[in-house]
Design a protein around this ligand. Structure first.
Ligand code: NVA
Length: 314
């Protein structure tokens, strides 16, 4: 691996200062979308999706093009990653063709293996454990509505053990936010993730708690977040999950317990009447479509940041 090669595999691959730098760059790129061309050539960026996608594929493809590059969709099924060829060999081959790789897959360990062998920056386009690109877009969106991130209180309602729960803990801690995960027992983030969030928070002023009672968690929140109860790959648990997550639905009455100027967030796809009321998702305090748009700007910024840290190709 190149000594100065950087990846974005989880939220805390950026330091607090680097996260702030990427968010600032994302806002600048949103204001002037066609100015920065770090992928001029065009250089290619591989995008691989082992799970369904809409926002991630569209925003990476559009963003890579705006950076002057070529978005290369690599069919993970055809490539047979980890079956026909090992993850390491796929990484070595792709790294000779492209300037960066964005991969949506299941196991975080597979993503780490790709990063170890690719020789180019690897970006997490969602794994079972983390969704850091979404969090950059989400924090960028919060900043469009609030003067600063540090000190804000965020309530996350639903599957706290999901990629979104984990990423809110880490990214929120990096930004100095107070993150409350409101989830039923059995669906709380792994202790290691809580520990890591608290370790980061000791530096930034952020805090991380589990609050089982959704009404208590909602009190005084600046940001109210939820996500599907049935993440990709969990479809077989649909019934059990629907039974347990009911009280954590982001209903209008729960939303009203937050601050009057609170914003409602959801990474989408959303299931109205399940994890969120249509009234909240489609209401005037919802910022979900901005979050979706900001995926493009945030991912462009993180790609530009990572490409600045790449030395000579091997
Ligand atoms: N937790 C969800 C996020 C979707 C963008 C999932 O993994 O399906």
């Amino acid at each position: 691996m190149l000594p100065d090669l950087r990846h974005f595999l989880r939220d805390d691959d950026l330091s607090p200062a680097e996260q702030a730098e990427v968010l600032e760059l994302a806002a600048a790129m949103k204001a002037a979308p066609y100015d920065a061309k770090p992928l001029a050539g065009p250089q290619s960026v591989a995008m691989i999706f082992d799970k369904p996608t809409l926002r991630t594929q569209a925003s990476f493809a559009a963003g890579i093009a705006e950076l002057g590059g070529h978005p290369m969709l690599v069919d993970g099924q055809l490539a047979g990653i980890g079956k026909r060829e090992s993850v390491a060999d796929v990484a070595r081959v792709l790294g000779r063709q492209v300037s960066a790789i964005a991969w949506r897959t299941f196991a975080q360990a597979d993503l780490a293996e790709m990063a170890e062998h690719a020789g180019v920056p690897v970006v997490n386009a969602l794994t079972d454990d983390f969704h850091p690109c979404q969090l950059l877009a989400d924090l960028m969106t919060v900043l469009e509505h609030k003067p600063q991130l540090a000190g804000l209180t965020v309530g996350f309602f639903g599957d706290g053990a999901s990629n979104m729960g984990n990423s809110w803990l880490l990214a929120g801690a990096l930004a100095g936010m107070h993150v409350r995960i409101s989830a039923p027992e059995g669906y709380t983030p792994a202790p290691e993730v809580f520990d890591r969030a608290r370790e980061i928070g000791a530096e930034t002023g952020g805090t991380a708690v589990w609050e089982q009672d959704p009404r208590a968690a909602a009190e005084g929140c600046d940001v109210m977040v939820t996500d599907t109860w049935i993440s990709m790959g969990k479809e077989e648990e649909a019934q059990a999950r629907t039974e347990v997550f009911g009280p954590y639905s982001l209903t209008q009455s729960l939303f009203e317990l937050a601050r009057p100027d609170a914003i409602a967030m959801h990474c989408l796809p959303a299931y109205r009447g399940k994890e969120i009321d249509a009234e909240v998702l489609d209401g005037i305090q919802s910022v979900v479509w901005d979050e979706a748009e900001n995926r493009r700007h945030a991912q462009k910024a993180v790609l530009a940041f990572l490409l600045r840290h790449v030395g000579e190709r091997p």
